[in-house]
Design a protein around this ligand. Sequence first.
Ligand code: FES
Length: 151
Amino acid sequence: MNRRRFLAVGSGCVLGALGAASGAAAGKLPPVDIGPANKFAQDAISEEFIKDDFFVIRYQGRLFAASTTCPHMGSTLQRDSQDTTRIKCGAHGSVFDAEGVVMVGPASSGLIRLGITVNGEGHAIVNRNQEFPQDKWTDKGCYVEAKQARQ
Ligand code: FES
């Protein structure tokens, strides 16, 4: 668990304990509008939303969001500065390819993907409260077609 997620969960617990939570569920992270999906015009790993704790990845025409939290022990991942088609963990050296599959351990599973949909305005919206482990990567809500959003 990285710092941002820890703080979100922690603050939600405090609010819940104080009975101060309003309509929104405690600890929930707000959705992030990443703009029209077609702005990600080529297959690549984008760090534009790294402050929100996810990469935006376009891979073989599909667009998805992948958590920056390493599936091994929770350290924060970064795009590999030596090879921008890869993601690397500085803690123990795991490396992931452009799809999020482990190339080098000790991580034993791929990146955690986050929920993503396209809204009525054609913008891709990332739901950071919805997580998809590697065996769920083909599930509905785990990716959008890059051409799905409006021009
Ligand atoms: S926490 Fe990333 S490889 Fe161990």
